[in-house]
Design a protein around this ligand. Structure first.
Ligand code: ADP
Ligand code: MG
Length: 421
């Protein structure tokens, strides 16, 4: 086993000295690095490669410091975080929890406290199983025909319509299947007015309603036949379409939705769920089964305000915010509200801020995800950057190598050619 690597982030070297002393007699002896500029910690991680433990000193015991740690934890969930404070930070408990800290220590240390904490984190790292929100942990179901482990479920949501849920759902499914070579399926849970098939110019033979009607309450039956009810897009991922008629939609219960998601994830590595702009029981059933929920807003006051109301409602419904990631879409300059103002309102931060892009309308007109039709466009690149932590490190490295050699992305499958029919 390689030596554990520890990064100590603090404004001076005292804490790093204490860490070195505490782990000095361990076998194997951990490598201890120091970063004295908290703002530069991301750069150090990029340049020096992965660390097993991050020890955050009192310099990070501010709200901004904790927010930065929470962002790091989102991107590098496998890195064990230990917080060291001189006094309890002036921040809400949830801000501390979001950093993913596995231990919190107060200065000055009593004998053996620091060593005990570091030993525990090293031990935990050795026995850790992959974190579900990281797609590197996804099962490989091969051709989608035989279940191994259930796939990961990502759900799109928003308080207002037109935020780009359907747009993002199709692009995320494309990205995951294209760059990993694994199987992805979009479930259109916008049961009354679903537009996934229209956006992809598909004419599905069957819908979610047909799949449920055939299965007649038998989970095993649904599981066995679900693939017969899907339609495959030429760019590589599958779709379970919304009902043809709103009256059929009314007959689908939240429990049916849970059954369908369970069946689809048994056959696919990635399941992307598109929803209507509402907090219905059906949408909440999808949230319950999701590894990550993306909540979207566009850069305008009603949408941003309603995103706040939406998140507040989830909190009142006691739905954990841990798996929720925010996305700001159609960000344009000079619209009377700017991105900085919005990011200040949502301290949890945005996973991605996407611009308004004409390539999107073009992609819709040809029934393609924009990441397939214009992979080099700014919006495609920003989506790739925003969601890259869902890809394994090796895939990320290949993408970076491709990008630096200015070639188009064609790692596993060729991006399908654009057709104008
Ligand atoms: N970043 C973007 N730039 C330009 N057009 C976009 C962008 N995101 C979405 N759109 C377009 O906006 C419209 C609404 O998006 P859609 O995904 O249908 O929203 P929702 O599903 O949340 O109602 C669609 O025509 C879509 O193509
Ligand atoms: Mg939609």
């Amino acid at each position: 086993m390689r030596n554990p690597r520890i990064l100590v982030v603090d404004r001076d070297e005292t804490l790093a000295e204490a860490v070195r002393e505490a782990v000095g007699e361990n076998r194997p002896t951990p490598e201890v690095h120091i970063c004295t500029k908290p703002a530069a910690v991301e750069d150090v991680l990029t340049e020096e490669g992965p660390f097993d433990i991050l020890v955050a000193g009192p310099g990070l015991a501010t709200r901004a410091g904790l927010a930065r740690l929470a962002e790091l934890h989102d991107v590098r969930p496998d890195m064990g975080v230990v917080l060291v404070f001189s006094r309890r930070p002036n921040a809400a408990l949830r801000d501390i929890v979001r950093t993913g800290a596995v231990d919190i220590l107060q200065l000055p240390f009593a004998d053996g406290v620091l060593r005990g904490a570091l030993d525990r984190v090293i031990e935990m790292n050795q026995t850790r199983t992959p974190v579900p929100a990281n797609v590197t942990g996804a099962s490989s179901n091969g051709n989608g025909s035989g279940p191994k482990e259930p796939g990961l479920v990502f759900t799109m949501s928003s308080a207002t319509g037109g935020c780009g849920k359907t747009f993002l759902a199709t692009n995320l499914a494309y990205m995951l299947s294209h760059y990993t070579g694994k199987q992805a399926c979009v479930i259109d849970l916008d049961l009354q007015f679903g537009e996934v098939s229209t956006a992809l110019r598909l004419r599905p033979k069957y819908t979610i309603f047909d799949a449920l009607e055939k299965a007649d309450n038998e989970d095993a039956d649904l599981d066995a036949h679900i693939e017969d009810y899907l339609v495959k897009h030429e760019s590589g991922f599958s779709i379970l379409a919304a009902p043809r008629d709103p009256s059929e939609a009314d007959r689908i219960e939240p429990t049916d939705v849970a059954r369908v998601i369970r069946a689809v994830r048994n056959h696919f590595d990635y399941v992307v769920v598109d929803t209507p702009a509402a907090l219905t029981e059906v949408v909440l059933a999808a949230f319950d089964m999701s590894d990550v929920v993306y909540t979207m807003a566009t850069l305008d006051l009603p949408s941003v305000r309603n995103m706040g109301v939406f998140l507040g409602t989830l909190e009142r419904l006691k739905i954990s915010s841990e798996n929720i990631r925010l996305i700001l879409n159609k960000a344009e300059r000079d619209v009377g509200i700017d991105v900085d103002q919005v990011t200040k309102l949502f301290t949890q931060g945005f996973k991605a801020v996407l611009p308004y892009a004409k390539e999107v309308s073009r992609s819709i007109n040809v029934g393609m995800p924009v990441m397939a039709s214009s992979p080099g466009s700014e919006i495609s690149q920003l989506m790739l950057a925003g969601f890259k932590d869902l890809l394994s490190e090796s895939v990320q490295n290949e993408i970076a190598t491709e990008a630096s050699s200015h070639r188009r992305f064609r790692l596993f499958r060729r991006a399908p050619a654009l057709t104008t029919t």
